[in-house]
Design a protein around this ligand. Structure first.
Ligand SMILES: NC(=O)c1ccc[n+]([C@@H]2O[C@H](COP(=O)([O-])OP(=O)(O)OC[C@H]3O[C@@H](n4cnc5c(N)ncnc54)[C@H](OP(=O)(O)O)[C@@H]3O)[C@@H](O)[C@H]2O)c1
Length: 230
């Protein structure tokens, strides 16, 4: 049985990724959500998938919550084939409008969250497994054009750095790491103007994740597998 863990899986891209992986043969998905009692779409999806999706409450901004997740997987001796750090939050303010509390939350969830989740679960990821960090083109320093979404962009640039360093750190264990941009997608974060449907993005990301190996580990790619400049 293949095990996949996805954070922030109660809606948007995380939910669709959970459904995609649960549709694959012999695959069980650990789908995390901040608040399990209100994650009705995730519970419905889990039922539709014949309970191949297990719903787990995790707040990636809480070290205690992350530790509880690690302890649970440890106690059940679960080995992960794929870990997807998908949970994210955003604010589209620019330089001059930056608010401390919102910014600290964005950095905590988008940049530090994946580091702490991965650090806590690294022992549970099998040698030869995969770790995918869902990033954004807004994290590309080379592509920066304005300060719109400044702190979100900074958080994804930090996540990109983590992805690269993690790929080096885990190479000996043959664990492949990717910084993956989902495209601009119609989710709560992406908004109604976004050109891509969730299904298009997830189909592309699934293909890229499928093709992830040590050869392309440490890269920054779009959902279509195109390289992005750091
Ligand atoms: N949509 C796009 O166009 C786009 C483009 C580039 C990158 N991305 C990235 O893609 C990922 C998924 O985004 P999305 O578009 O699917 O957005 P979304 O619909 O807003 O979903 C975000 C998910 O992250 C979860 N989350 C937020 N804070 C969390 C925390 N502290 N602990 C655990 N989970 C938390 C949310 O849970 P709650 O429901 O509890 O808030 C939700 O499940 C994000 O990393 C985002 O930055 C999206």
């Amino acid at each position: 049985m293949r095990n996949v863990l996805i954070t922030g899986a109660n809606r948007g891209l995380g939910l669709a990724l959970a459904e995609h992986f649960a549709s694959l043969d012999d695959t069980r998905v650990f789908a995390t959500t901040r608040e399990a009692s209100t994650a009705s779409d995730l519970h419905d999806t889990s039922k539709r998938c014949g309970d191949r999706i297990e719903v787990i409450a995790v707040d990636v901004a809480s070290a205690t919550s992350i530790a509880a997740l690690a302890t649970m997987l440890e106690a059940r001796d679960v080995t992960l084939d794929v870990l997807v750090n998908n949970a994210g939050t955003a604010s589209w303010t620019s330089f001059g409008e930056i608010d401390e509390a919102t910014s600290a939350e964005i950095m905590r969830v988008n940049a530090l969250g994946p580091v702490l989740v991965t650090q806590a679960l690294a022992r549970r990821v099998r040698d030869g497994g995969k770790i995918v960090n869902i990033t954004s083109t807004l994290g590309s320093i080379e592509r920066a054009t304005s300060s719109w979404g400044l702190v979100y962009s900074m958080s994804k640039a930090a996540l990109n750095m983590f992805s690269k360093i993690l790929s080096i750190e885990l190479r000996d264990r043959h664990i492949a790491v990717l910084a993956l941009h989902p495209g601009w997608v119609r989710t709560r974060m992406g908004g109604d103007e976004a050109p891509l449907e969730i299904a298009q993005s997830v189909a592309g990301m699934a293909k890229v994740i499928d093709g992830l190996d040590l050869e392309n580990s440490g890269r920054y790619l779009t959902y279509e597998g195109e390289p992005l400049p750091w």
